[in-house]
Design a binder for this molecule. Sequence first.
Ligand SMILES: Cc1cc2nc3c(=O)[nH]c(=O)nc-3n(C[C@H](O)[C@H](O)[C@H](O)COP(=O)(O)O)c2cc1C
Length: 356
Amino acid sequence: MESTPLPTNRAASHPVSVAPMMERTDRHYRVFMRGITKHTLLYTEMVVAQAVRHGPRDRLLGFDAVEHPISLQLGGDDPALLAEASKIAEDLGYDEVNLNVGCPSSRVQSGNFGVCLMGDPDRVADCIEAMRSAVSIPVTCKHRIGFDEIDKYEDMQRFVARVAQTGCDRFTVHARKAWLQGLSPKDNRNIPPLRYDDVYRLKQEFPNLVVEINGGLRVADIQSQLTKVDAVMLGRVAWDDPYSFVTVDADIYGDDSPTLSREEVVRRYLPYAEDRLTMGHRISHVVKPMLGLFAGEVGARLWRRQLTEGGNKRTESLTEIVETALSAVHSAQARFAESTAARAQAATIADIEHGS
Ligand SMILES: Cc1cc2nc3c(=O)[nH]c(=O)nc-3n(C[C@H](O)[C@H](O)[C@H](O)COP(=O)(O)O)c2cc1C
């Protein structure tokens, strides 16, 4: 496929990313994903800045070298705490830190951060300024179109203009507003309508900023989005159908090295996964990233079931559980291919018998 020229040259390093997702984009998922795409920028789950200071650092922030390029997403509204957390991230080797100005959950609201900070652009600018002064890695911002009544294009435009005064030059826009009352975080990812045009307009009005679009997109949309914005962030699809990213390195980054099959992806992940189990990580956590691997394929449900049940019973090693599940999928696929061939043969015979 022909690669599409980017609208600016500044985004070239990270035109595609996997969104930060709590309970999903943990270190196991990120290592697993690296078997599918080497170049896509990966985000952590959101980590609250306060927790970085006081919490178990390895559990919250630990990552493997293979996960680069990797960005730590921070939540918070205290410039000093965010600056401290950013410095720790830089020292640990993160490639970027990102401030969450998009989360609408009530827990996050009660801490006065996430999307409600869009109502206080000066505060966000103070936070990002402090973070930028503490580190030399990029500090970026993920936000929405707006929230509640602060939801006009002009509100977002003012927000971005103010935050960009700090020198922050990469903005990821989840292209829908959030309602702080009455909608759950899940509803807030589905119900408010997508407003991609607002994101395109932002790019046009701020040509020097790297504008990344997010919300409701799939891998097949990346090329066309890159004609209008600099980068594309995908969330749920990267969890539900991780293997759909297998074309990204070649199509977007021009890396023609051979890609791995689904089986190879799993087998590459297994030594890491077994290692983590011996270190005391929970099998359900280590297995979770693999569950969507066969999404859309024959045997997908069988695969999920076998992995989940095998993990619950835990009478075999993880490698055995996975090999058994792979055999079950292969058998299901072979049966399906046979029955498809038999149906095609029967249809041909019927056509001949009816003289067509
Ligand atoms: C389970 C889940 C957890 C999420 N956690 C975060 C988070 O920690 N930080 C954040 O900025 N966005 C979070 N999001 C929002 C995603 O980053 C993304 O903006 C949203 O899902 C829209 O993109 P999509 O339509 O491609 O999924 C989460 C989304 C999901 C589904």
